[in-house]
Design a protein around this ligand. Sequence first.
Ligand code: ADP
Ligand code: MG
Length: 390
Amino acid sequence: MSESSAAAAEAVAARFEELYGSAPDGVWAAPGRVNLIGEHTDYNDGFVMPFALPHTAVAAVSRRDDGVLRLHSADVEGPVVELTLDGLTPGSDRRWTAYPAGVVWALREAGHAVTGADVHLASTVPAGAGLSSSAALEVVVALALNDLFGLGLRGWQLARLSQRAENVYVGAPVGIMDQTASACCEAGHALFLDTRDLSQRQIPFDLAAEGMRLLVVDTQVKHSHSEGEYGKRREGCEKGAALLGVDALRDVPYDDLDAALARLGEDEEVRRLVRHVVTEDHRVEQVVSLLESGDTRAVGPLLVEGHTSLRDDFRVSCPELDLVVDTAVTAGALGARMTGGGFGGSAIVLAEETDVPAITKAVEEAFASAGFKTPRVFEAVPSAGARRVR
Ligand code: ADP
Ligand code: MG
């Protein structure tokens, strides 16, 4: 554990003691994530390739046996929120507390004997930036309860339960990528995940050793129509799968894409969605083989191809994300693309270490000239997944 994460654990434990009057049973951490490639594939049973950020949600937790759940976040104004386990009802809570409460609800609903807890948490994952602050929150609580109640659940099971919390309790129709990344990633690796059966492979992804860097550019915008548009894309993909007679678009082989598009006939909207998902799954597989054969620089053009597909076929980009990608590539980046759901949030840039200052400057200047909000640029080092830190 790094010095700074030890200090963060210490601070969260100290605040827990102030709030609840005794030291926590333990402290856990779960990271946010960036998706290297494989966007809008997770609800099509396809492939994704996230890696964990050094940014984490850190939770100090003690178990209780009286059916009470107490929640507090250092990042939200207000007193401790006290809930009773019997009163947990999906859709009833519009506050941040729905995420951790939803995890408790999902665990209990799956038959796990969770009898209450005190929780205080603090997170360095920026919220709403497409870096999965919500999954970090869910997974850190799920892992803490797994340990404290001896549930014996594996990472992928904690991810499933966390996803259920977000889908049903919070009411957000998210796929399985974010929670699995937070629960299962390993330092120095990207996670090649098959979202159909959650089979996974850790792919070495140590850019620093090869003189490269991966930048995250948080545009600091979130366009308000993003949720409705996400729902429409999901429905369109389901329609495409139904028209093609497959369970999910993942079942359309890349080599059969042209034939599949021909069968979709006049429905241009669905054709574009299908084309993105099928080519994107193929790009993930190409990136995996490039990384496994040590040809990391060749990943760059595939990132740009993925962005173009998200912009033109899936149509989930926005002017801010396009500007990051265009500017970075013009300034010498190996590749760049939007990451996460789109309509704002963050983009990633793969670059030679020596080109990072010039690229960063170019992006900042382009945003200033366009009159956009100043973006937040930081380097993302592939980091560890959820773990106990104290
Ligand atoms: P993302 O996961 O991309 O960051 P979401 O909209 O899915 O964006 O999740 C953001 C929400 O998660 C916030 O609005 C808040 O309710 C909750 N959240 C994230 N971080 C914290 C935190 N540190 N404390 C309390 N709630 C948080
Ligand atoms: Mg989220």
